[in-house]
Ligand binder design. Structure first.
Ligand SMILES: [Zn+2]
Length: 108
């Protein structure tokens, strides 16, 4: 689940978090270029907020994927996402993302 292995993140504050989040989303969507992928991987090894953001976005994506594939009850998926969001509540950007996800869940 955690792909950070033994690398210790050095940055505990991301000065460019919005950009980082965009990059993470592009990578997870598969729309990132090779250069973006490289920059993403380098950044991910040292930026703690980005590692957390990536894990969170990935688990949200997986939860949604699971819901679509297995058609599991939406409530447990929502709770799962809420749990994750609680852990990473410092990432305010996900408040907006959460709304989008809830919309997806409610509409699908
Ligand atoms: Zn960052």
């Amino acid at each position: 689940m955690n792909a950070t292995k033994t690398i210790e993140p050095q940055k505990h504050h991301c000065e460019n978090h919005e950009k980082c989040m965009e990059m993470i989303q592009a990578v997870l969507d598969g729309s990132a270029t090779e250069d973006e992928m490289k920059g993403f991987k380098a950044n991910m090894s040292e930026c703690l907020p980005c590692i957390e953001g990536h894990d969170l976005q990935k688990s949200i994506k997986e939860a949604l994927q699971q819901k679509l594939e297995k058609k599991c009850c939406p409530e447990s998926t929502v709770n799962k996402i809420r749990e994750k969001l609680g852990i990473a509540s410092i990432l305010l950007i996900f408040a907006a993302l959460q709304v989008t996800i809830f919309k997806v869940i409610l509409e699908s």
